[in-house]
Design a protein around this ligand. Sequence first.
Ligand code: PLP
Length: 411
Amino acid sequence: MLQDTDNPIYDLIAKEKKRQIEGIELIASENYTSTSVLQAMGSILTNKYSEGYPSKRYYRGNQYIDQIENIAIDRAKELFKVDHVNVQPCSGSSANFAVHLAFLNVGDRTMGMSLDAGGHLTHGSKVSVSGKYFDSVNYGVGDNGFINYDQVRKIALDHRPKLIWTGLSAYSRVIDWKEFRKIADEVGAILIADIAHIAGLIATGHYPSPVPHADVITTTTHKTLRGPRGAMIMCNEQYAESIDKAVFPGTQGGPHNHTIAAIAVALKEASTEEFKKYSQQVILNAKKLADELTKKGYTIVSGGTDNHLMLTDVLKSVNLSGKEASLALECANITVNKNAVPNDSRKPWDPSGVRIGTAAITSRGMKEKEMEKIAQYIDTVLRNSNNEDLIKKIKLEVKNFTKNFLIPGIN
Ligand SMILES: *Cc1c(COP(=O)(O)O)cnc(C)c1O
């Protein structure tokens, strides 16, 4: 057993588990998977090589692996109502890299939402391969914090990208997929919807689906979908072959079969009534938390949220940078990430905002009442970030508070 063979790692896992139990997890991209997902992920499936796709493998002995991958694919097709699914990408970034490879040559033009407006690194940021090897242009949000579709259209018409990326990492509003479809058609671009953050909300009908508007949909499986750390690419039959080839052999070798099995398990869980209720509560909680913070004088970008996350301009609200605010909150066992706000005047490693999400705390069973409490904790910490004694006191309160909320897969 690990405890005997490798005590340092065993010990650190135990400490991390305690940290997860005793803290309020507000990082918008995180969640807690179920015991069943963890079991599949920690299984002997990791021993098997299966380069290729079901019934088209390069190695023998894949009779069970084929069935597992097919179950994962079928469940994803059913849940998201799509024609074709590739469940092999190891993570969201590798899925997006494969999409670039499927449709573009080096130097071709792409367009995506800028990082500070709430897009993702892999949508053309200059520090990512998506912006280094491809000629990427950005769109942002208007002064009100919402996507301005006339601006997006103008940028698309001016630059005529081959790919248009939509999707969000820190944008709290509904994306008008249909309008993006129109814009893509006007310039002859392929439209990609990256639903990494909102997959669980979409699967349960609580956020509009990009089907049938987007040509290709990429997603992670570990955020609101509450599965293992992994990803999927979905598309119609027209693009199936290019996508599959771009994943393997284009950008990856052997698929992570333990993860694929865990994705299958998570997809089954995501199709239940219970998960539907969970997803709805995630959004109700985010709205409540945004309202409470607003009442306490915080600036929320765009004035609120339609999904599981919000971006708080802490510089404007309490005169702390995102780094300072996230550090102070961490001292009180509340985890958030620093995040740029639209047109941020500060640098990405110390921006003006923090991103707050409710997917993880909702998995612990927290509801609106708890959002009031959490807003209160956040406010006390941020307005007293130099008062060590008070922050220690809040940390103790947070530890006590979290005791009442079990974590799936842990308690
Ligand atoms: C999280 C995220 C990704 C990247 O996923 P990783 O698994 O971290 O590589 C890609 N796109 C969007 C929109 C994301 O939010």
